[in-house]
Design a protein around this ligand. Structure first.
Ligand code: APR
Length: 242
C-alpha cells in the first residue's frame, strides 16, 4: 500500500522501459550494418564532426523506429497513476524516445535529451545567427548561410546533461516517499545516483527489472519482472504490494 499512500512518488526509467515497445537499446541496435561502428563514433561530437552523414543516417533509423513504436502497458500505467493522483508522480527518464509523453506523462524529465528534436551542432559565431537550413537526401540539414549542421537533440558521450533536468530530478528524488527504478542497468551516472538520493531521505525504493542491476543494493524491494507486466500491477488501485 505504500504507493497508494505516498504523497510524492519518483520514477526513474531506462532503456528496459521501452523494450516491450520494441525499441532496442543503443547497444543492441548496433547490429547488422551498424555492427562495425563503435558507439562513441555514432554518439559523440567528434564522431559527428568526422562523418556527419553516417551519424545522421544512424539517428534517422533510430528516429524512424521510435516514431513507429507505441507506449506499452507500463507507460500507460504510469500515465494513469499520474491522472488519478494529481501532483504526486514525477517521471525521470534516461530514454530519448517520447513514449512517456505520448502515454500522457507530458512533464517527464528527460535527462538524456530528445532524439526527435533537431538542434544546431555549432554555436553560430557570426551574425545573423543560423536561421534557415536546407536538407539534401541522406545528409544532415545545413545552414544555407554559414554551413552549420543540424544534429539530434540527444546527450552524446562526454556532453553535459540538458540544463535544469538533473536538478529537477534530484529534487524529485529527494522529495519522494516511494522511488521506483524501472528498466535501467544503473550503470550510467548521474541518473544511477537518484536511487540512493531517495533512499537517504527515507523513501521506499523499488526496482523493477527482469535482471540484476548495479543498484539492486539500494532497493528495499526488487521486482524481477518486466515493466509492461509489473507496473500495471504495482500502480493499479489497491493492487500494489509495495
Ligand atoms: N522491463 C524492465 N527492464 C528491462 C526490460 C523490461 N522489459 N528489458 C530489459 N530490461 C532491463 C535490463 O535488464 C537492463 O538492466 O533494462 C536495462 C537496460 O539497460 P541499458 O541498456 O544499459 O539501459 P540504461 O540503464 O537505460 O542505460 C542508460 O545509457 O546507452 C545510454 O543513453 C542511454 O539513456 C541510456 C543510458
Amino acid at each position: 500500500m505504500r504507493l497508494q499512500a505516498a504523497r510524492r512518488v519518483c520514477v526513474l526509467t531506462g532503456a528496459g522501459m521501452s523494450a516491450e515497445s520494441g525499441i532496442a537499446t543503443f547497444r543492441d541496435a548496433l547490429t547488422g550494418l551498424w555492427s562495425r561502428f563503435d558507439p562513441a563514433q555514432l554518439a559523440s561530437e567528434q564522431g559527428f564532426r568526422a562523418d556527419p552523414r553516417t551519424v545522421w543516417a544512424w539517428y534517422a533509423e533510430r528516429r524512424d523506429a521510435m516514431r513507429a513504436a507505441q507506449p506499452n502497458a507500463g507507460h500507460h500505467a504510469l500515465a494513469d497513476f499520474a491522472r488519478r493522483r494529481r501532483g504526486v508522480l514525477t517521471v525521470v527518464t534516461q530514454n530519448v524516445d517520447d513514449l512517456h509523453q505520448r502515454a500522457g506523462n507530458t512533464e517527464a524529465i528527460r535527462l538524456h535529451g530528445d532524439i526527435l528534436a533537431d538542434r544546431w551542432f555549432d554555436r553560430c559565431a557570426r551574425l545573423p545567427a543560423c536561421a534557415t537550413h536546407e536538407a539534401e537526401p541522406g545528409r544532415p540539414p545545413r545552414c544555407a548561410r554559414c554551413g552549420n549542421l543540424v544534429r539530434p537533440g540527444v546527450v552524446w558521450f562526454g556532453e553535459m546533461l540538458p540544463p535544469g533536468g538533473l536538478e529537477a530530478a534530484e529534487r524529485a528524488a529527494a522529495a519522494s516517499e516511494v522511488m521506483l527504478v524501472v528498466g535501467t542497468s544503473g550503470a550510467v551516472w548521474p541518473a544511477a545516483g537518484l536511487a540512493s538520493t531517495a533512499r537517504q531521505v527515507g523513501a521506499w525504493v523499488v526496482i523493477v527489472n527482469p535482471h540484476p542491476s548495479e543498484i539492486d543494493a539500494q532497493a528495499h524491494e526488487v521486482v524481477r519482472g518486466t515493466a509492461a507486466i509489473e507496473l500495471p500491477c504495482l500502480l493499479s488501485m489497491g493492487a500494489d504490494s509495495s
